[in-house]
Design a protein. Structure first.
Lengths: 271, 230
């Protein structure tokens, strides 16, 4: 990218389809325009192509551009050029810019990241190195883009639900998208706590044929978790503590695992 | 303190103050039994951060991750009335304090109070944060109660042999007297095998008694049955 800043006529700029922001373009645009009117444009917009050969495609700074054109009625805007980019390169630049500077809408980010993932040989690590996002987030975006229904994506776009909640209903519905949609509707109405949402997923996964009403009903019913206190020899207690330390687990977890393994080995429970 | 231009002057710390702060942090951030409470740790951390220039430098100096140090420093974001529970040592966990700091200021006191009373743990506070986002208009007492009532119910089971000469009601009375009626969910016997079920409060009280007597919980149960502990 050249650092040279040019004053470019507004009517020579078109917003590139490769700009990843498709939602909330007009959000707080009045405020942004007021800020630009008061302080000027602090950061130039970014265009592809070569200076002197319009039209130019805008890949970064869409909202600043819209504030200039639609509210401030400016004829020119300050811009820098990045030369010719292919769609993958343009998507990466636009995505990184939007994700680091503002809270990019989840649905837009998911669409862009999934596109990159497909273009980069379905390699999550390459997406990570290009965007700087964690693998966990990349996987979440791709998972939602691939599995969620249109209704779910609309709810995400309007921020009525969270990405984690969409993943939860998808798991609880065991792959039945319509059931997942109905579950999400009910979850929104019932306002479940995290504990209830976790039970919804557990019950849904264990009972793939259960009706959504039943899943929500069971989610609202607390489970009784019983801890059994047993007497251990000093040797066994020391071993338990040693195992807990080495495995970075709590002694309770180690004991539960050991008991389950033993019962399974002896045929008292099915593996 | 204000300087001539009327701006708040930044306090500068001497080398020895920074050194002292680092020593105090090493002694208090890595151990479970801390000498300093969380508010004091946050104050020392602030001195060390100013002295070394950044949290990253403090992290290198004392060998604790910047993420962990950020948790300690977030204690300063807690509203003063809620912070009282930290300075009194009623809240000692940095993860729970960090989570309290993420709540709206108006909610922090009620949640910190419930944590200090042992009614909420770190996971519950996390659940409150997300539920609060869904329910911004609900009174905080209602948010806390909805989260508490949605938790799984924890029960603690001890099985024991009922001595031939013993009556199960008498055993139940002895446990109720020792632990409190509200801590004992049930005591039953079938074919000589007794089952004592405690709720979380009952288990905590049993744990406390065991600690005081230098015994395990299981050993206390057996001594209650054999009338060695009353």
């Amino acid at each position: 990218m050249t650092n040279e800043i040019h004053e470019i006529p507004i009517d020579e700029i078109v917003v590139s389809n490769w700009n990843v922001r498709h939602s909330e373009r007009d959000k707080d645009l009045e405020e942004l325009a007021a800020s630009i009117a008061k302080h000027g444009l602090l950061q130039p917009v970014v265009l592809t192509g070569k200076y002197g050969s319009p039209p130019y495609h805008l890949i970064i700074g869409q909202r600043r551009f819209l504030a200039h054109r639609d509210i401030l009625d400016k004829k020119k805007i300050r811009a820098v050029f990045v030369g010719e980019l292919n769609r993958v390169q343009a998507s990466i630049r636009s995505l990184v810019e939007n994700m680091t500077r503002t809270d990019l809408n989840h649905a837009d980010a998911a669409e862009a990241i999934t596109y990159l993932y497909k273009q980069l040989g379905r390699d999550e690590r390459r997406v990570k190195s290009e965007t700087g996002l964690s693998l966990h987030r990349i996987r979440q975006y791709i998972d939602i883009e691939e599995r969620a229904s249109r209704r779910m994506k609309e709810k995400l776009r309007s921020k009525r639900v969270t990405p984690v909640d969409v993943q939860r209903v998808l798991s609880a519905a065991s792959g039945d998208i319509e059931k997942a949609d109905r579950l999400l509707d009910k979850m929104e109405r019932q306002k479940l706590t995290i504990y209830q949402k976790k039970r919804m997923v557990e019950y849904g996964e264990e009972h793939p044929r259960a009706h959504e009403d039943k899943i929500i009903e069971e989610a609202q019913r607390p489970i009784i978790e019983r801890t059994i206190l047993v007497r251990l020899s000093n040797q066994a207690r020391a071993g338990l503590e040693k195992a807990a330390k080495q495995l970075a687990m709590s002694p309770d977890e180690v004991a539960a695992q050991a008991v389950e393994d033993w019962l399974s080995k002896k045929g008292f429970i099915s593996a | 303190m204000h300087n001539r231009e009327g701006k708040v002057a930044k306090k500068e710390y001497g080398h020895s103050e920074v050194e002292d702060a680092l020593v105090a942090l090493i002694a208090s951030t890595k151990r479970t039994h801390r000498k300093l409470n969380l508010v004091q740790i946050a104050e020392k951390l602030e001195i060390a951060r100013k002295g070394l220039g950044s949290l990253k430098n403090v992290s290198k100096a004392i060998g604790l991750s910047t993420e962990m140090l950020r948790q300690f420093s977030r204690v300063t974001k807690i509203a003063p009335e809620a912070r009282r529970f930290l300075s009194q040592g009623a809240i000692q966990g940095v993860d729970v304090a960090d989570r309290v700091s993420r709540l709206p200021t108006a909610d922090q006191f009620s949640v910190a109070q419930a944590v200090a009373r042992g009614n909420l743990n770190s996971s519950d506070v996390r659940a409150i944060i997300t539920f609060r986002k869904d329910q911004p208009k609900l009174p905080i007492s209602e948010v806390i109660s909805r989260v508490m009532n949605s938790r799984n119910i924890r029960e603690y089971v001890v099985q024991f042999l009922v001595p031939a000469e013993e009556d199960i009601r008498s055993i139940k009375d002895r446990f109720s007297k020792l632990i409190g009626h509200d801590g004992v969910r049930s005591v039953n016997a079938e074919k000589g095998l007794g089952t004592l079920i405690l709720n979380k409060d009952g288990k905590n009280r049993l744990e406390l008694i065991a600690k005081r007597k230098g015994l395990t919980k299981r050993a206390i149960v057996e001594r209650v049955i054999s009338r060695e502990v009353k």
